[in-house]
Ligand binder design. Structure first.
Ligand SMILES: [Zn+2]
Length: 339
């Protein structure tokens, strides 16, 4: 009897400790520490004629030549980690409005969505409603728009390799591949089964209802310079053949959790193949917390489960060391940077 009591009390103590550790790891975030040095050397004093880029977190970017302004993704909601893992989520309208106001755009010409996972597509219809801009994306993204009652005339479906002209920007979506999650359970949840959203998606829903719907690279061509956006850290062999750009805005979400071979190939396919001289790292930050707070790394739990943020930065550092002429930067959140 006494032994049973000891065993039960020990189990209880262990359960309380595990719950405490889990709670702590959901509510505390990775610090990127020494990699903050990658903010150095970014040009935050652009001229009128420069292409300017503002990073708002994950792969939400505002790209402008002063005449034309494009937003990618427009994702501003942030959630408690618990809700993303186990609950239901929906666009946080007040935070989206706050972020759109903070960006103080005179007008927005288009919102372009890279793929339909929640951390890219979920807020785009609300941004389109607030700004009047059309929303461009895959069929799946269109169904996110329909589920949010975005008028049909603001919903535009783009096609693989069909360029779109906005002012002096020619933007071509190029079908790529999504990042391959190293954790088998996450891979099955995020990329398993049918990856299309085939009917209007009405939130609140589980984060997993935002199915991927095809992951795209965006090629931006402009008289002031060409660049590529690769939001998800995946590649499709040969898809960028013949494309040369000076700069790549490169997603590194989850890269640290992948193998050395995967990381090496990612740099060959996205940096070497297009002759890039300068990369800006994005999609390293948290979907949890608040858009109104300074940008931060993922929660410790999600970092352990899927991201391995610091290992991702180490991989970038290792690949950059192999390419002495390659410039690597982080983009300061909200600031206008000369691309
Ligand atoms: Zn995704």
């Amino acid at each position: 009897m006494r032994l049973l009591k000891i065993i039960l009390s020990t189990l209880l103590i262990l359960a309380v400790l595990a719950a405490g550790l889990f709670y702590y790891s959901l509510n505390n975030h990775v610090s990127i520490g020494e990699y903050e040095k990658l903010y150095e050397g970014v040009d935050t004093n652009p001229n009128n004629s420069d292409i300017k880029i503002q990073f708002a977190g994950v792969s939400t970017l505002i790209i402008s030549d002063d005449s034309t302004t494009i937003m990618t993704d427009g994702f501003f909601s942030r959630f408690p980690s618990w809700d993303m893992l186990f609950g239901e989520i929906e666009p946080q309208k007040e935070d989206i409005k706050w972020a759109v106001d903070k960006l103080a755009m005179d007008k927005l010409d288009a919102v372009l969505v890279v793929h339909s996972h929640f951390d890219h597509a979920m807020d785009a219809p609300e941004v389109a409603k607030l700004t009047g801009a059309p929303m461009y994306g895959s069929e799946s993204t269109a169904n996110i728009g329909r589920g949010w009652d975005l008028p049909e005339n603001q919903i535009k479906i783009f096609q693989d390799r069909q360029p779109m002209q906005f002012g002096k920007f020619k933007i071509t979506p190029i079908l790529s591949n999504h990042f391959v999650f190293a954790n088998a359970a996450v891979k099955e949840q995020a990329l398993g089964g049918n990856q299309e959203i085939t009917a209007p998606l009405v939130p609140p829903v589980s984060a997993l209802e935002y199915k991927m719907g095809g992951a795209y690279s965006f090629l931006f061509e402009h008289p002031r310079g060409n660049f590529l956006l690769q939001s998800s850290a995946g590649w499709k062999a040969g898809s960028l053949d013949g494309i040369k750009v000076d700069k790549v805005i490169l997603g590194i979400g989850g890269l640290g959790s992948q193998t050395l071979d995967y990381q090496t190939t990612y740099f060959k396919e996205l940096v070497d193949a297009v002759n890039a001289k300068h990369i800006y790292l994005i999609h390293w930050d948290a979907f949890a917390g608040s858009i109104r707070q300074p940008i931060q790394g993922p929660s410790l739990f999600l970092d352990w489960y899927a991201s391995s943020t610091i290992k991702g930065f180490e991989a970038v550092e290792r690949e950059a060391a192999k390419r002495p002429n390659l410039k690597v930067n982080l983009l300061p959140q909200w600031e206008k940077v000369k691309l």
